[in-house]
Every structure is written in C-alpha cells, then in structure tokens.
Design a protein around this ligand. Structure first.
Ligand SMILES: O=C1O[C@H](COP(=O)(O)O)[C@@H](O)[C@H](O)[C@H]1O
Length: 263
C-alpha cells in the first residue's frame, strides 16, 4: 500500500459533524465543477443520522459551505430487498433522517432507490440497479467502472461495509458493478450491494464510524493483518489515499494507527 488512508478522530459526533460537512461539500463542489452534478452513494445503518447532523446544520453562508441538493444524484451503496417503507430499508432511513428534512431553499436531490418490482428476485434487482448506473454513468463498454464523486460508508462490528461481508465470495467479484447477496449474515439476508471494484474506483470515500462499539473492529482493521483482509480493510488497501475515516475518540480508543488527527 502507498499512502495510507486518513483516520480522523474527534471528541464526539458534535465535533465530527462539521468536518464531515466540509468533506462532503468539498466533494460536492468538485463534482459540480467537473460535470455539473454531485453523484454520491450513501449507506444505511448509523451513517444517515450523522450525515443529516452534518449537512442540515447552519453553515457560514459561503457558497463553498452550502449544500446544493438540486445538483445531488443520490444512489445507494447497498440496499436490503424490502419495500421502501419497510423498517429495514436503507432508503427509508435516508429519507427520514435526511431527505425529508432538507429545507426547500437548498433544493431537491434526485434519488435512485431500488426497483421494488424485483423484491422476489434479488439477482434481477441487482441487474436493474446496475443498468440504472450504466444509464447514469454512460454505456458500460465505454466506462469500465462508474466513478462516484463520493461514497459514504459505514463499517459494521464484523468489518463489513456496504453489504460486503467478511470472507464472502462477493469480495472476489471483478466484473459486476452491483451484486446480489442472498445469505447476508446480518438480517435481512437478501440485499444488493456495490461491488468492491466500484467502491474502490470512487473519487473519494468517507467512512463514518462512531461509538465504543466500533473500537475492537477498528483496532483490527488498522492494526492487524487479518483486519486488513476484512471488507472495510480491503477498501483501505484498494483505495488508500482516497479513503477518509471520520471517527470519534471512543471508536478509535486503542488504535495505534499513526495518521490520526483533524481534517
Ligand atoms: O447492514 C448494514 O450495515 C452497515 C453498517 O451499519 P452501522 O449501523 O454499523 O453503521 C451499513 O453501512 C450498511 O449500509 C447496512 O446495510
């Protein structure tokens, strides 16, 4: 690995949130400058709440510090094969925590949930979501991989990220952009997920991991060989300098990884 990922830690989520905001808005502004929109894929779990705290806070009024939601194209890093109003739905979580709370003057994002027609056929659901990405990121034969401006990821207590789980065969997927999983060890079992090559191809990657419940897994990921082979560790290895971890002190208690600090 060349330059290692950045690991930022803050006393609490209250101090982390403004730094996460700066990181997301810098990716937003780079996307707008580059191609006129901001293509972001978001995760479920604990991320949407922290993201909402970051983005819905009042800013300093400068254009650099203003969310331009009208330019956002929101995709899902992973999704569970459940209806969009089901308590397990990542879409529902993101909608309730963030999308529904956006004030009208900040614009309305375009949001791309899964197609619920395919709830009973998760392979087809993954194919359809991949087709959606192809249509948004150009024809697949001219673009090897979609390049998201930003991926916002979580890290489960087993080191999973998106719906890429430790030692699962999906970690070896090279061709597909979106994969189906029917045996997720964390319920619900049927899900779709971006593949590892798509994750590591993103322009920027932000992990958000907070709370003492994450400290054992972060210690493993950053300080051990086995941890580096876990899905979140593989993102660190595959995308290194593009990866930024936003953590609180409780989550990195005991991590000896050297690149610690503030954004
Ligand atoms: O199942 C999932 O879990 C991960 C991690 O969630 P967290 O609550 O530990 O942050 C999440 O990133 C993913 O989107 C979700 O489907």
């Amino acid at each position: 690995m060349g330059k290692p990922p950045n690991l930022y830690s803050y006393p609490s989520v209250n101090e982390l949130a403004p730094q996460l905001r700066a990181f997301v808005l810098s990716a937003q502004n780079a996307g707008i400058d580059h191609h006129g929109s901001f293509r972001v894929a978001v995760s479920g779990g604990s991320l949407p709440k922290t993201l909402a705290q970051a983005l819905l806070a009042p800013g300093d009024g400068s254009s650099a510090d203003t969310p331009r939601f009208d330019t956002w194209e929101v995709f899902f890093a992973d999704e569970r094969a459940v209806p969009l109003d089901h308590p397990d739905s990542n879409y529902k979580l993101v909608q309730e925590e963030l999308l529904d709370q956006i004030p009208a003057n900040l614009g309305k994002p375009k949001v791309y949930p899964i197609d619920i027609k395919y709830l009973d056929d998760v392979d087809e659901m993954a194919d359809q979501y991949e087709k959606l990405l192809v249509s948004k990121f150009a024809a697949k034969d001219s673009v090897k991989l979609p390049i998201f401006d930003l991926l916002l990821l979580g890290c489960g207590p087993d080191g999973h990220t998106c719906s890429l789980f430790p030692a699962h065969a999906l970690l070896r997927e090279k061709a597909a952009w979106v994969c189906a999983i029917e045996d997720s060890p964390k319920p619900p079992p049927k899900r779709i997920t971006l593949s590892l090559p798509v994750v590591t191809a993103a322009s920027r990657i932000g992990f958000v991991a907070t709370g003492g419940g994450k400290k054992d897994i972060l210690r493993q990921i950053f300080d051990t060989e086995e941890g580096r082979a876990l899905p979140s560790g593989l993102v660190n290895e595959g995308a290194a300098e593009k990866v930024n971890w936003f953590t609180d002190n409780a989550a990195v208690d005991g991590v000896t990884f050297p690149r610690r600090g503030s954004l």
